[in-house]
Design a protein around this ligand. Structure first.
Ligand code: GDP
Length: 194
């Protein structure tokens, strides 16, 4: 049986070079409100785990969560598309995220969260294009599976896939609310980190 998937907040960093040394890690990116905190909480089976990423001073940092015994980690990247973030702040954290996504040698997979109810936004597509053009490993994880009626899910999966220029089978679709697909995603994370 797979070991329990435990997540523990470790620290926040304002630069890739200040992250703790780990053997391997996965990152989570997505626009604000996509369901990133809810997903991290669901993965770690801890109700308020990712709230720490939303506390003042941490929203624009790379937030590091140790997985299991801590030789691997999950990095919660700042949500992109905060319309309210002042230009100067945005100008600082965008290079920080880009540097992290491009330079972190241990980064095994980048989970790009897309809202399963509303589909990929322009910013999501921009992120996917950027990851593709830089040949960075990534997987689209659609959120809020429970918000789409079961009769509409097949069609929605096809729409999500075409919006992301992927095959329907390439999309991992989860519900943090109902737990749908969470164990499967934990298995994928274990695989990526192995
Ligand atoms: P973040 O800004 O990306 O961290 O997003 P949050 O995790 O805070 O979620 C944004 C909103 O979407 C909140 O109101 C959540 O309750 C809701 N939400 C997130 N995941 C799900 C889900 O799987 N199902 C449903 N129904 N709502 C969700």
């Amino acid at each position: 049986m797979a070991p329990p998937f435990r997540l523990e907040f470790v620290m926040s960093a304002d630069h890739v070079d200040r992250l703790p040394p780990v053997r391997a890690e996965v990152a989570v990116v997505g626009r604000s409100n996509v369901g990133k905190s809810s997903l991290i909480n669901a993965l770690g089976n801890r109700k308020a785990l990712a709230h720490v990423s939303k506390t003042p001073g941490r929203t624009q940092l790379l937030n590091c969560f140790a997985i299991g015994k801590g030789e691997t980690a999950l990095i919660d990247c700042p949500g992109y598309g905060y319309a309210a973030a002042p230009g100067r702040v945005r100008a600082q954290w965008r290079p920080m995220i880009e540097r992290y996504l491009l330079q972190r040698a241990q980064l095994a997979m980048i989970m790009v969260l897309v809202d399963g109810e509303i589909g990929p936004t322009k910013l999501d597509v921009q992120m996917l294009d950027w990851l593709r053009s830089n040949v960075r490993p990534h997987t689209v994880v659609a959120t809020k599976h429970d918000k789409v009626k079961s009769s509409a899910r097949l069609g929605r999966r096809a729409e999500l896939a075409s919006g992301c220029q992927l095959d329907p089978d390439d999309i991992v679709w989860v519900s943090a609310e109902k737990g749908t697909g969470i164990e499967h995603l934990r298995d994928l994370v274990r695989l990526w980190l192995s």
